[in-house]
Structures are given as structure tokens and as C-alpha cells.
Design a protein around this ligand. Structure first.
Ligand SMILES: Nc1ncnc2c1ncn2[C@@H]1O[C@H](COP(=O)(O)OP(=O)(O)OP(=O)(O)O)[C@@H](O)[C@H]1O
Ligand SMILES: O=P(O)(O)OC[C@@]1(O)O[C@H](CO)[C@@H](O)[C@@H]1O
Length: 306
């Protein structure tokens, strides 16, 4: 079973305004609500790929009910920890540009935290655990490090999709996959990652630091995979970007779902790009049909150089 952890789920409220004016009343040309939070997005795409997944995390209030109901309708297993506060609402405003307003989210009590942690301690070595998204201020900031440490003892593969210190701190626990985008990778090394070569060079440093597989996503420029001593680049398919919310999460789902089904790292990498772009080209997360339609356009090249 693939478990995802979303510490701060959301309702993503997608709003499209044709000619947005600051300080004025604006009317939407499109709006929609989806369950959100990175782990939840990963679970939704995994389900579309045919993998078994259970979404864990903190949920509460009427907004939390919306999220649970939506996931139930998609037949996704959940085992959330119920909290006293309300699950947040994140605004995704499309005005030509994409602007996001993510709320802080509700307070998580010590008891809530312990409840989630004991679920993680019960996973077994056939499981995969995906930790992604921001850490709410009321949750210990070393939560991903602590969960990764516990999983390593139990032989569980761990995927971590976060940034900054929280990402660096999990590396000694040998995460199976991390997926920084090129900005996040640059921030880790106080540099700018603008080419495939840069991504390969700095991605390889994260492998040296302990990650088993590193995908550096570079939006429309494609992605780089560093795996063991090897590295590969892949392009993105051509298409019209409609909404990139969840594109990175779809890459994680595409990679892990395919790896779980095939055990093949390069097939997983191809699927990862197709899934990311299928979502970027859709208003909600990409469907399996869309992913399969894009797959033949993805070309992988092995990279050379030290
Ligand atoms: N212009 C584009 N054309 C095709 N695919 C794209 C484009 N932009 C993004 N994508 C898809 O989205 C994936 C993830 O993009 P990005 O590198 O921005 O990651 P991210 O920052 O984690 O994503 P996000 O925060 O938007 O979920 C890309 O690898 C690609 O598959
Ligand atoms: O505030 P966080 O946890 O960093 O990100 C939350 C979020 O922006 O990430 C997902 C897209 O990746 C959205 O569904 C959600 O609203």
C-alpha cells in the first residue's frame, strides 16, 4: 500500500478572472473546488494509475467533510486524524498569470500529532510512505525527519517532497525519492539552476548526501533524474498549460505508481513527466487517458559528465 501524508490539506478554490483589476469587484469566468494538499493530490493520481493508496493527515470541519466526501466519491481510501479546527481553503487565481494564496491552516494538537505518528509506526516493509507539503506551524518542524527515521528502521521506502532545511534533514535516512523543482534545488545550494547540466550537477550532490533517486523538475524545460551514479534528462510534451496546481504532485505519483507496478526506474521517470504534464494541461489533475496520450512524446536521454 502507498500511504500519503498531508499535514495541511485544503479545499483548492480555483478562480479564473479575465481582466483582473486590483481594488475592484471582479467577476469569475470559471470557478471550481477540488480537494487539495500535496499528499492528497498524489493519492488522487495514484488511484487513477491503478495503485492502492491511503491518504493520511489532519482533517476537520465542514471543509474537511468536503475533502473526505470528494475522495470517497473517487473511491480513495482515507484514514485521516480528525482535528478540532477547519481544514483550510487555498485560493488559486488565474488571471493570465497563476497566483496562489495558501492559508496557514488549523492548529494541530499534540494528541493529533501523536495519533498520526503512531499510524506511521505501524506501517510495514511492503509499504511506501509519501511525505509532501508544508508543515503547519503547530507541528514539530522535524516531523518529516522523525517519520523518515522511524520508517527506515521498519524497511519502508520513503518519498519526501518538501524544500529547504526539512528536505536536507531527511537525506541521511536515504529517502527513496525526493523531487525538488529547480528553484528549490538552487535555494539548497544558494545558486541558480537554469540548465539541465546545473540540475544534474546539484541533483547528484543530493544523491551523495543520501537520496536514492532525485528528480529535479524544471517546469516547461523538462526534468533530470539522478539515480545512483547515473543521470538522465527528459523533455515535456507539447501542449497548452491550463493549470499547473498539482503538476509536481502528479510527477511524484507517476514515478512511484509506475515503480511500484514495474520496478523500472526509467519507465517510472517517463510516467512522471507524462503525469506532470497531463495535470498542467488540465483544469483538475490529469486523467490516465491523458497521461497515456502524452507518454509517447517523452524522450529520455542518459547524461554524461562528472
Ligand atoms: N510549460 C509546460 N509544458 C509541459 N509541461 C509542463 C509545463 N510546465 C509544467 N509542466 C509539467 O509540470 C511538471 C512540474 O512542474 P514544476 O517543475 O513547475 O514542478 P513543481 O514546482 O513541483 O510544480 P507545481 O508546484 O506546479 O505542482 C513538469 O515536470 C511538467 O511535467
Ligand atoms: O501550502 P502547501 O502545503 O505548501 O501547498 C498546498 C498546495 O498549494 O499544494 C498543492 C499543489 O501542489 C495544492 O493542492 C495545495 O493548495
Amino acid at each position: 500500500m502507498i500511504y500519503t501524508v498531508t499535514l495541511n490539506p485544503s479545499i483548492d478554490y480555483l478562480v479564473e478572472v479575465e481582466s483582473f483589476q486590483m481594488g475592484k469587484v471582479n467577476r469569475t469566468s470559471y470557478d471550481a473546488k477540488f480537494p487539495g494538499g500535496k499528499g492528497i493530490n498524489v493519492s488522487r493520481v495514484l488511484k487513477r494509475l491503478g495503485n492502492s493508496t491511503t491518504a493520511l493527515g489532519f482533517i476537520g470541519g465542514q471543509t474537511g467533510e468536503f475533502v473526505k466526501r470528494f475522495l470517497r466519491q473517487e473511491e480513495i481510501f482515507t484514514d485521516f486524524t480528525e482535528i478540532a479546527g477547519d481544514t483550510r481553503i487555498n485560493i488559486k487565481l488565474k488571471t493570465g498569470l497563476e497566483t496562489e494564496i495558501n492559508s496557514q491552516g488549523p492548529v494541530i494538537s499534540k494528541g493529533n500529532y501523536q495519533q498520526l505518528f503512531s499510524q506511521i509506526e505501524q506501517l510495514n516493509n511492503n509499504d511506501i510512505l509519501i511525505l509532501s507539503g508544508s508543515i503547519p506551524p503547530s507541528v514539530p518542524s522535524d516531523v518529516y525527519e522523525a517519520m523518515s527515521r522511524s520508517c527506515i528502521h521498519n524497511g519502508i521506502k520513503v518519498v519526501v517532497d518538501t524544500s529547504g532545511k526539512e528536505l536536507l534533514d531527511v537525506l541521511p535516512h536515504r529517502p527513496f525519492l525526493i523531487k525538488p523543482n529547480h528553484h528549490e534545488l538552487g535555494e539548497l545550494f544558494s545558486t541558480e539552476i537554469s540548465t539541465v547540466d546545473d540540475a544534474r550537477e546539484y541533483g547528484a550532490k543530493l544523491v551523495e548526501a543520501g537520496a536514492q533517486n532525485v528528480i529535479v523538475s524544471m517546469a516547461g524545460q523538462g526534468a533530470v533524474l539522478c539515480s545512483g551514479g547515473e543521470s538522465y534528462s527528459a523533455n515535456v510534451p507539447k501542449g497548452n498549460v491550463i493549470n499547473s496546481v498539482g503538476a509536481g504532485d502528479s510527477m511524484v505519483a507517476g514515478f512511484i505508481g509506475t515503480y511500484e507496478r514495474t520496478g523500472d526506474i526509467l519507465s517510472a521517470f517517463r510516467f512522471s513527466l507524462a503525469a506532470g504534464s497531463a495535470t498542467a494541461f488540465s483544469s483538475d489533475l490529469g486523467t490516465l487517458d491523458k497521461i497515456e496520450e502524452l507518454l509517447p512524446q517523452i524522450v529520455i536521454n542518459q547524461l554524461t559528465g562528472g
